[in-house]
Each structure stands twice: as structure tokens, then as C-alpha cells.
Design a protein around this ligand. Structure first.
Ligand SMILES: *[C@@H]1O[C@H](CO)[C@@H](O)[C@H](O)[C@H]1NC(C)=O
Ligand SMILES: *[C@@H]1O[C@H](CO)[C@@H](O)[C@H](O)[C@H]1NC(C)=O
Ligand SMILES: *[C@@H]1O[C@H](CO)[C@@H](O)[C@H](O)[C@H]1NC(C)=O
Ligand SMILES: *[C@@H]1O[C@H](CO)[C@@H](O)[C@H](O)[C@H]1NC(C)=O
Ligand SMILES: CC(=O)N[C@H]1CO[C@H](CO)[C@@H](O)[C@@H]1O
Length: 453
């Protein structure tokens, strides 16, 4: 009953928000007092909200901002115009609260290269940031918290590369400071650090056009991540050389840690209220190589424990990408043999235990997903696997992961919940997508309940 009332008023607020922003772009209703939601805090190894134990349980979606911006040419050739995109979000959030999800992790930029976040030096696409204003209002109305990442290493959209390319004037760099140079020296060149901080400042100090609240004062945001991880779908071999998150391949030890610490201090000097984490996969340095998917992982510059040890980093998080990581493991295929289950279990147990016992911080598995046919680029596997088999395997993956997560009551956000319309688009290609109409989704229904307990 309570849930029902909450649900109804949420929908009303969300629709109100939707209506007012799409009609006039100005919000007259003061939504900030409707849900006097508090900032999520950390106490020991737990998250608290309103002084009660709270856990981030939910999903990832990188499409939210394109949907909210109602882009006419979205990713996978989806059309989000004429309120369709916004309505999809409202539907998804309504389902999310019925499932008792508490949290959504999403991007504050579009991954669609037709719609870059940065238009020119220091100029951001207001369509996208305006869409983010709307997402925040609607998330708040549904009682959902957001995890947002400042940037990533994708070449287009909101990534560091595009920022570097557009900011030559600000950086006063000569033409030989190419994108390639920028990517490889990002964590060591002070110019790039200033650029990163200028971007972070732009986001934190932005005032919502709907509520007038600065992002740094917006309690709907549970946490910021310094940099997100995503894998590029380029030529396989290139994966090894492309940095797409706090990675510093073959860097000498300590470089990435120094960058994380400096970035974290800078973020906290602007915003003391929000939680902060790194956003990395969580590889270990060679001392704990046995947890890594393969040898290459210990050369990324990451070191899960020392990356999260700073007081400015409030909680630890890692990702679990068995299907992607096996790509690199031609010389180390031990995990492939058993559908990666053993690997997943150890991965979660070690990260969880290091977070809770050594770092003494909460742990969140902020990305985990499976294709259901093993290796992501396993073309034969994907051809011979029926949809039923795939879903059974994905269900089993989720089930194993959730069992492992439960041991230590960690938070978790699965990868990735897409809206139903994509499922039927011929151009849709995301081996990780999960739809409400999938059997797999029922498992998630079940486990969200378990994870929250
Ligand atoms: C929060 O909870 C603790 C322990 O239950 C209690 O001692 C404290 O007074 C509470 N603080 C507030 C602000 O309610
Ligand atoms: C997986 O774990 C089980 C139980 O711990 C063990 O018996 C089995 O040998 C492991 N399999 C692989 C491929 O490591
Ligand atoms: C999952 O759902 C089924 C059917 O709704 C229920 O019988 C079962 O107890 C649930 N399992 C858990 C672990 O909650
Ligand atoms: C959501 O939480 C309510 C209240 O605790 C519970 O009754 C309901 O079964 C939960 N729903 C799901 C899908 O977990
Ligand atoms: C051959 C083998 O080790 N199979 C195991 C794979 O993992 C599942 C789940 O942990 C076990 O049930 C199998 O026995």
C-alpha cells in the first residue's frame, strides 16, 4: 500500500517534471522540498541514507542521456524524439522502484559521436546537460540515486580525447601534441590535469536549469567516479593498447596512484558532500596477480588496494568482465574452461575482502555482465548459441555473482538494462543488453530483492 502511494505520487511528479521541461524549459514547481532526500554517506563499511543502512543496488545504462535529450538519431539508430525517449525513462524508473532498485549508474555524456558533449573549448552541448538536469529531477522523484562518472577515454562524445582535441588553446600545446600523445601522457602531463579539473569544475558548479541547484549540492547524485571504464569495439588486438579508464599501461608503479590522489583532492576541494570513487576495473599489481584475469592486467598501472586507499576515496569499486577479459588470455585460458565462474567468485571475494578488511570501506561491483556465449567476440559461439541457451547462461552468471556478492553484503549494479524498443531494431548490437521481457530479467527481479536484504 505504501509502495502504491509512493509509486503514484512519483509518477505524478515525474510527469510534471517531464511536462514542464518539455513545454517551457523552465520548472516552476519546487521539487527540492518534496523529497527531503539526504546525501548518501559512508559509515565504516556501510552506506547510510537518512541515518539508515542503504545499499546501491540497481543497473547501468549509458543511453539515458540520449533518451532524455530526445535525440532524433540515437545509438543503434533509435529515435528518441517526440517525448519517446523521456517516456522510456519514466517507464524504466517506474519499473525500477517496483523492483526496489535504489541506484542507477549512467553517463553524463552521450556515447553517440553525432552528439559530443564538448562543442568547442569550454563549450558544452546544452541539450545534453539540460537532459541531465531532467534525469536528476526524475530520478529524485522516483527516489533513485545516481552514480555519475566525470569522463572516460572514448575518442568521441564526453571522453578525454575529445576534450584534449578541443582544448589546444587552453592548453597552449603545439600541434605535435596529438590525441595519441594526449592519451599516452594523460596521467603525467600537468596540462592535462588542469584540463581535467576544469572539466570537473564545469560539471560540479553547473546549476540545474530546472531546479537551480548546483550539481555539487544535488543529493540525488550518490557518487562521482573520477573516470569510467568501457571497452572499445575496435579491432581485437588494439584492445591491448587502448586506454579507456584510469589505466597507464606499462607505466612505472605509482603514477596512476598519484594522479588518483591529486584528482580526488581537487574534487573534494570543490565538493565535500558527495561520495567519490575511482571507476576502474580493479586489477591488482603483480603482488596479487593470481586474482587478475591474466598477466597483462598487472601492467595496467592499476592496483586495486593502493588506488582506493586515499581518504578522499570514499568507497571501493570494481568491474567484472569475464567475456571481455578472456580476449586477452590466449596464453592463460584457464578461466574460459569453466565459463569463468570460478574466476568471478574469486574476483568478488578478493575485492570484497580487501575493501572491507584492508581499506575498511564499502565495496560496490559497479559493472558486471555476460554475453552468454563466453568470449564476447566469439562469433561461432554467438551463432550456435540459441537465445534460450544464452539466457540460461547469463542467468547462471548473475546467480553466481549474486551469491558471491551476498557473502559480504556488497552493493551491485548489473550491466545493462536496455529499453524494450531496442530489442527489435535491426541495428541493435549489444551482446550484454537485458530486457524486461527476457527470462534473465526475472532472475534479476529475484536477486535485487535478495541483495537488498
Ligand atoms: C543516527 O543513528 C545513530 C545510531 O543509531 C544515533 O546515535 C544518531 O543520533 C543518529 N543521528 C541522527 C542525526 O539521527
Ligand atoms: C572451480 O572450482 C571448483 C570448486 O572450488 C573446483 O573443484 C574446480 O576445479 C574449479 N575449476 C576450475 C576450472 O578452476
Ligand atoms: C525467487 O523467486 C521465486 C519465484 O518468485 C521464489 O520462489 C524464490 O524464493 C525466490 N528466490 C529467492 C532467493 O528469493
Ligand atoms: C520490494 O520491497 C517491498 C517492501 O519491502 C516488498 O514487499 C516487495 O516484495 C519487494 N519487491 C521486490 C520485487 O523485491
Ligand atoms: C568442470 C568444472 O569445474 N565444473 C564446475 C564449473 O563451475 C560450476 C559452478 O561453480 C560447478 O558446478 C562445476 O562443477
Amino acid at each position: 500500500m505504501r509502495l502504491h502511494l509512493l509509486f503514484t505520487s512519483n509518477i505524478f511528479l515525474a510527469i510534471l517534471a517531464h511536462f514542464q521541461i518539455s513545454k517551457s524549459g523552465v520548472f516552476t514547481h519546487s521539487i527540492s522540498n518534496v523529497y527531503p532526500a539526504e546525501f548518501v554517506k559512508v559509515s565504516g563499511t556501510e552506506f547510510l541514507q537518512n541515518n539508515k543502512t542503504w545499499k546501491p543496488v540497481g543497473f547501468n545504462t549509458y543511453l539515458l542521456i540520449e533518451q532524455a535529450a530526445e535525440l532524433p538519431h540515437g545509438s543503434f539508430h533509435a529515435i528518441y524524439s517526440d517525448s519517446f525517449g523521456k517516456n522510456e525513462i519514466l517507464k524504466q524508473f517506474e519499473q525500477a522502484i517496483l523492483l526496489n532498485f535504489t541506484c542507477v549508474r549512467t553517463w553524463l555524456y552521450s556515447i553517440n559521436s553525432n552528439y559530443p558533449l564538448f562543442l568547442e573549448d569550454g563549450v558544452y552541448d546544452e541539450r545534453l546537460l539540460g537532459a541531465l538536469d531532467w534525469i536528476i529531477v526524475v530520478a529524485r522523484a522516483h527516489g533513485l540515486k545516481l552514480i555519475l562518472s566525470f569522463t572516460d577515454f572514448w575518442p568521441e562524445s564526453g571522453g578525454i580525447s575529445s576534450l584534449i582535441l578541443l582544448s589546444r588553446k587552453f592548453l597552449e600545446l603545439s600541434p605535435d601534441h596529438s590525441e595519441q600523445y594526449g592519451r599516452s601522457s594523460f596521467f603525467t602531463d600537468q596540462n592535462y590535469f588542469s584540463l581535467y579539473i576544469r572539466h570537473v569544475e564545469h560539471i560540479l558548479l553547473r546549476k540545474s536549469k530546472i531546479t537551480g541547484t548546483r550539481y555539487c549540492d544535488e543529493s540525488t547524485v550518490m557518487a562521482w567516479e573520477l573516470m569510467v571504464s568501457l571497452f572499445l569495439t575496435t579491432f581485437k588486438f588494439l584492445h591491448l593498447f587502448i586506454q579507456n579508464e584510469p589505466r597507464c599501461r606499462l607505466c612505472s608503479e605509482g603514477i596512476l596512484q598519484k594522479w588518483i590522489w591529486n584528482a580526488a583532492k581537487a574534487v573534494k576541494s570543490l565538493d565535500k558532500r558527495h561520495l567519490l570513487t575511482v571507476g576502474e576495473e580493479g586489477f591488482y599489481a603483480s603482488t596479487k596477480n593470481y586474482v587478475n584475469p591474466a598477466k597483462w592486467a598487472s601492467d595496467t598501472g592499476q592496483n586495486f588496494i593502493s588506488d582506493h586507499i586515499f581518504t578522499e576515496i570514499d568507497y571501493a569499486s570494481s568491474h567484472l568482465w569475464t567475456d571481455n577479459w578472456n580476449l586477452f588470455s590466449a596464453w592463460s585460458r584457464k578461466h574460459v574452461k569453466n565459463d569463468s565462474f570460478n574466476f568471478s567468485k574469486t574476483w568478488i571475494e578478493e575485492h570484497s575482502s580487501d575493501s572491507l578488511n584492508i581499506l575498511q570501506k564499502p565495496f560496490v561491483l559497479s559493472e558486471y555482465g555476460s554475453t552468454g556465449f563466453g568470449n564476447r567476440n566469439n562469433i561461432i559461439g554467438s551463432l550456435v548459441t540459441t537465445e534460450d541457451q544464452r539466457q540460461t547462461k547469463v542467468s547462471r552468471f548473475y546467480s553466481e555473482v549474486h551469491t558471491a556478492l551476498l557473502q559480504n553484503r556488497n552493493g551491485a549494479l548489473f550491466w545493462i538494462w536496455h529499453n524494450e524498443n531496442l530489442k527489435y531494431l535491426p541495428s541493435y548490437q549489444d551482446e550484454y543488453g537485458i530486457f524486461v521481457s527476457d527470462n534473465v530479467f526475472d532472475r534479476l527481479r529475484n536477486y535485487s530483492q535478495v541483495l537488498r536484504s
